[in-house]
Ligand binder design. Sequence first.
Ligand code: ATR
Length: 338
Amino acid sequence: MKRSVPETAQTPITAATRYCAVYGQPIRHSASPPMQNAGFSALGLDWRYLAFEVPPAELSAAITGAKAMRFLGLNLTVPHKLLAVDLVDLLDDSAKEWGTVNTIRFEGHDGAGVLRPLAELSDGSAGPILARGFNTDAEAIVRSIREDLDLPLSGVRVLLLGAGGAGRTAALKLASAGVKSLHLVNRTPARAVEVAEAVTRRFPRVPVEVGYPTGPVELVLNATSVGLATGDGLPFDERQFSLSRAGAAYDMVYRQAETPFLRSARLAGCRVANGLGMLLYQGARALEIWSGREAPVAVMRDALKQAIYGGRSGPAYDGRLQLPGLASQPPAEPGVAS
Ligand code: ATR
């Protein structure tokens, strides 16, 4: 599958070209390079975005190396997001709030001694380079649900499937966005109980229950990894919940354009969207953090779609609002997020 931005769309690499990168392990599946390079190009930036397979034991050295080479910024994906909290020099409030770092901006001091993003310091920096850690994942969850499903989150009832890392962040972020109620379901119920307790501690006014709702919900959100592999079934128990009781369904999985969960939801009459928007918005925010400019979201979305679904036969799936009755989606490919 072709995953690159055509070189003709970008200025040639020269000695003046600046770099950002994503570190992860594994990393070869990442769709971030085509997305970010398309964004850089659309903004006319002489920047490139690279991907490096970095083992956790070498994350510290890799961040130090990026500083030494005056990279502008980094993204971090599995398994580095938690580790990075202790490896950066400064934490933005977003990273403090969510306890993980998926974006680093390198900063240096200008001639007047003011700390500024390296992208603003064309002639280098006096003194040490500092790494500032941000979290752009949490905000991307709610932005994608709001925009791709056209669903305002305040006042909605939510059934959240999954209580791993992604489920936990989603539960807390949804509670902070003012949902009316949260039902949490997880294969291992104890993890759902633990997440429910964490939500109640931080957002005591949001009613949280572990288990399936008995009435209707406006949103069912899949935050489990069920749907990543071809042949996966549904992430919930159909004897205990029917999608006909849901208004909209969101699946964090995006490598399979239409998971069995989204297909069932679409056939049940739900509005549906997959997790492509989460990947898009976390990346768009990272680009804004590095550059100080508004991200060209439409261009980045097109590049992502091309990178992830481009080689397929059938209609391209854009991960956005899909109304019931649309043609079936491209065939599945297992994959993981980032
Ligand atoms: P992530 O960071 O992506 O959330 P994770 O922390 O490993 O990854 O969480 C994976 C989630 O998918 C968990 O909710 C997990 O349920 P358990 O807590 O019971 O492990 C869920 N999950 C994974 N495989 C599953 C399966 N076959 N059926 C149901 N849930 C599954």
